[in-house]
Design a protein. Structure first.
Length: 369
């Protein structure tokens, strides 16, 4: 006779409900097909969303499958995770709040990235615990007329280990925009990101190759920028401006890529480190309805920000707007009205020199009917 307790009956009922609509046939083939279709252009290594995050490991099987197919490795088409992005610096956050009052209002119903503070969100599944996520800035390297600089890419990560996941993305070169890269050797991995009263520590694994020496072909400036890439990412994920120390294979590091990191590394000035124009919304690959809102940060001459909307390489719309302040990273915002179609949005600073040396950020987007 089946002698079950009420508790066992309750557990059995939950399990039956969770799997009642799951068809087991060809499940492995289906999962393989979905995961193998992730875009290869985004970064130099595969993405492990929430690597090292214990809370994700405790989720039920159904929740794990949902997380696998909907995580940053296979970005959502609308890129809604770009909204509510954290500020790259405390000053950026302050200016963004004041700029929101003076900038153009977002178009009705649009989900846009803001230059202000991050807001946590939650992901729910039919059967399984809620996975809490937060949007954080992750920094990558992009080419500009002034040499390689940092670009900000807002990504949604598990809030349980946001700093480590963000640093992993930066190190691995996983960006949502194919124009952004990471100069770090492919063997480099992150074990842990921690913070205490003395500062922030990033624990790296070398993967068998020395991280102390600068690789052949990498300039001193590029190596310095690579270190700052991790400093910016870790500090913003932890909302801290504390100096960042590094360990490699469990030992304190005095050099990384030939850069002196002994005693901790402070955040370099944004004027020498960041690209002069960032588009934070819409994100790369976003699907939007017209009119749509464009917002970001710019350090522009006389605060003048110029934009073009291109289709098949031809400019079909253009205009300009003003950033909140000149000569520092400051928020801008404008609306664009365009018919349905695929476009490339280009936002850049003005050409004060007259020599065509403008810093730009581009996003491929689709305007829906």
């Amino acid at each position: 006779m089946d002698q079950t307790t009420p508790h066992e009956e309750w557990v059995r009922g939950l399990l039956e409900d969770a799997v009642s609509d799951v068809a087991p046939e060809h499940a492995l083939d289906s999962i393989r097909a979905r995961t193998s279709s992730a875009p290869a252009r985004h970064g130099r290594r595969g993405w492990l969303w929430g690597a090292g995050t214990a809370v994700v490991a405790t989720a039920a099987t159904v929740a794990a499958v949902v997380t696998l197919t909907n995580g940053p490795g296979t970005p959502q088409a609308d890129h809604g995770f770009a909204s509510g992005a954290a500020s790259s610096t405390a000053r950026h956050s302050d200016s963004a709040q004041s700029g929101a009052a003076s900038g153009s209002a977002p178009a009705s119903g649009q989900s846009t990235a803001t230059a202000g503070g991050s807001q946590p969100s939650q992901r729910t599944t039919k059967a399984g615990p809620v996975v809490s996520t937060v949007t954080v800035p992750v920094y990558f390297v992009g080419e500009t007329p002034h040499g390689p600089k940092l670009y900000r890419d807002d990504q949604q990560v598990p809030s349980a280990d946001a700093a480590m996941t963000a640093v992993h993305a930066a190190l691995a070169g996983y960006s949502t925009d194919p124009d952004y890269t990471s100069p770090w050797p492919s063997t480099a991995q992150v074990d842990k990101v921690s913070a205490d009263g003395s500062g922030i520590t990033i624990a790296l694994q070398s993967g068998g190759n020395s991280l102390a020496d600068r690789p052949s072909g990498m300039s001193s400036d590029e190596a310095t920028l690579a270190v700052q890439q991790l400093v910016y990412t870790a500090q913003d994920a932890l909302s801290s401006k504390a100096p960042v120390s590094f360990t490699v294979d469990g030992q304190p590091a005095s050099k990384l890529l030939g850069v002196d990191v002994s005693g901790g590394v402070d955040r370099a000035p944004d004027t020498s480190t960041e690209a002069l124009v960032w588009v934070l919304s819409p994100a790369e690959g976003a699907k939007v309805h017209s009119p749509f809102n464009v917002s970001g940060l710019a350090n522009a001459f006389e605060a003048n920000v110029v934009w073009e909307l291109k289709q098949n390489g031809q400019v079909v719309k253009q205009g300009h707007t003003m950033a909140h302040e000149a000569f520092l990273m400051s928020p801008y915002s404008f609306n664009v009205d365009a018919p349905p179609g695929d476009y490339t949005l280009v936002v850049h600073d003005s050409d004060a020199s007259g020599q065509g040396n403008v810093t730009q950020d581009t996003k491929d987007i689709t305007v829906l009917p």
